[in-house]
Design a protein around this ligand. Structure first.
Ligand code: HEM
Length: 178
């Protein structure tokens, strides 16, 4: 069956892909940074991870505002209703996680007492008292939800590639850049 569908707005698509690149670097960065030997390289990976997290948080808030303003295109025709429902549920969870995961990291980092050299351009200072016990508890939540985020992203990316390369329908083009 052929699938025709309108597309997300250009600003929404551009932000989607900037965020996708940022998140797909931030997640493996977060996994490896604690395992690196102490030194300048490890500091750089930590600072990159934190900068990407702040970027993702800001872009997620802009994206949610854009979505409220512009809405989303109607569901693609020719796609089963259960698939649309499943996709929408995953999208809602991704929206929640792309705010909550970096926000938890941001707050925990402040309790830990570390400033953020945002892409080495300027410094975002801490904004809470120094308390490593609270930092550790919030970091645990950050890590647990980041794992859930990774799992849902794998489902999301798998579904997108299935539409693009197996069904070869118009779903992928709803979010593609050109
Ligand atoms: C890695 C981080 C990513 C995040 C956080 C993310 C998040 C999202 C969200 C929340 C939506 C729903 C948009 C809305 O309803 O407003 C969406 C749509 C979409 N994403 Fe992603 N995405 C990511 C990566 C990817 C990748 C790597 C691909 C392709 C391989 C992809 C392909 C798509 C497509 C095709 C749609 C449109 C689906 C539709 O028709 O509704 N995404 N993405």
């Amino acid at each position: 069956m052929s699938v025709e569908s309108p597309r997300y707005s250009l600003p929404h698509r551009v932000i989607h892909w900037i965020m996708a690149v940022a998140i797909l670097i931030a997640i493996p960065g977060g996994v490896i940074m604690g395992k690196l030997p102490p030194g300048q390289m490890q500091n750089n990976v930590y600072d990159l991870h934190k900068s990407l997290g702040v970027l993702v948080l800001v872009l997620a808030l802009i994206r949610i505002a854009l979505k409220r303003r512009d809405g989303v295109p109607p569901p693609a025709t020719g796609v089963e209703p259960w698939q649309t429902m499943a996709a929408t549920s995953v999208h809602h969870a991704l929206y929640a996680l792309m705010v909550i995961v970096p926000l938890l990291g941001f707050v925990a980092n402040s309790f830990y007492g570390a400033a953020i050299p945002f892409f080495w351009l300027f410094t975002i200072p801490t904004f809470t008292p120094h308390n490593e016990e609270i930092a550790g508890a919030i970091f645990s939540m950050h890590t647990a939800l980041a794992i859930l985020f990774g799992i849902l992203l794998a489902v999301h990316i798998g579904a997108a590639l299935y539409h693009r390369f197996i069904r070869k329908d118009a779903v992928f083009a709803r979010m593609s850049l050109p």
